[in-house]
Design a protein. Sequence first.
Length: 277
Amino acid sequence: MKEMKPIKEGKVREIYDNGDSLIMVATDRISCFDVILNNQVTKKGTVLTQMSKFWFDMTEDILPNHMISVDVKDMPEFFQQEKFDGNSMMCRKLEMLPIECIVRGYITGSGWESYKKTGKVCGIELPEGLKESDKLPEPIYTPSTKAEIGDHDENISYEQSIAHLEKYFPGRGEELAAKLRDNTIALYKKCAEYALSKGIIIADTKFEFGLDENGNIVVKNPSAFWLPEVTIVDEIGGAEYTVTGSYEGTETLDKKLKRIMEQNAADDESDITEDGE
C-alpha cells in the first residue's frame, strides 16, 4: 500500500492529491477564533462529511458541486482504512475563488455585535429596533477574504469583493461577485427552508466556490457547507429571548458556547495583575 501525505492541512481538514482529483479528509479538530484547539470531538469529521453529502445532493439543482464520492472503495487503497471511512470525500479539482461567502438570515453572533454599535452589518444598513436573534426581512450577503492559517478572515463589502476578484480574474470581477452573491443566497434560502421544516433554524453560514475547467462556478468545501462547525443553528423553542441570543428553552448547536468560554477566559487573564493576583 502506497502511503499518501496531505498536500495541505487546514484548521479542520486535510487535502490529498489524487492525480485528477482531490481527497478531502474532515478531521475531528476544532477551531475557534481561527485557532486550532487542543480538544477534539470524536466522529466530528464523519458527521461533517456525511452532512455535506446530504446538502450537496439536495442543492445540485441550483449549482453543481465538487463531490465525486464519499465511498472509500472508490479511493486509493491508502484511504481504505478505518480512520478514513466516513470522513473522506473525493472531489473535483477547482480553481478556488478567494472569497468566503457568508449569508445571514438572523441577527446574531458577530453580526449582532456590529448592529448594536452601528446599526449595520458589514456596511449593510438594517432596520431599527431589531432584537438579538430576530429574523431579518431578507437574508444578507456579507463576504470576507479567505485567510491563511494563523490569519483572520477580513469582512469586506460587496463592492470590495468585486475589486478583490478582479485582481485574480481580470475582466470577470463584477460577474463573479454577482454570481457568488446570488448563488449564496439561493443556496441558503432552499436549505434554511428545509431545516425549518425539521424544527431547526439556520441563522447563518458560509460557502466557498471554485471554477471548473470550463470557468463555471462550482460550490465546494465539505467543512463549510451547512454544518454545525460553521453554522449557527438553534432548535426552535419559545418566543422569549435570552442573553445568549437563543430563544428561551432552545439548545444552541454551534460553537457559540465554546467561543463564549474562550472569550471569558481571555477576559479573566486580562484582569490578572503582574504578581498573579
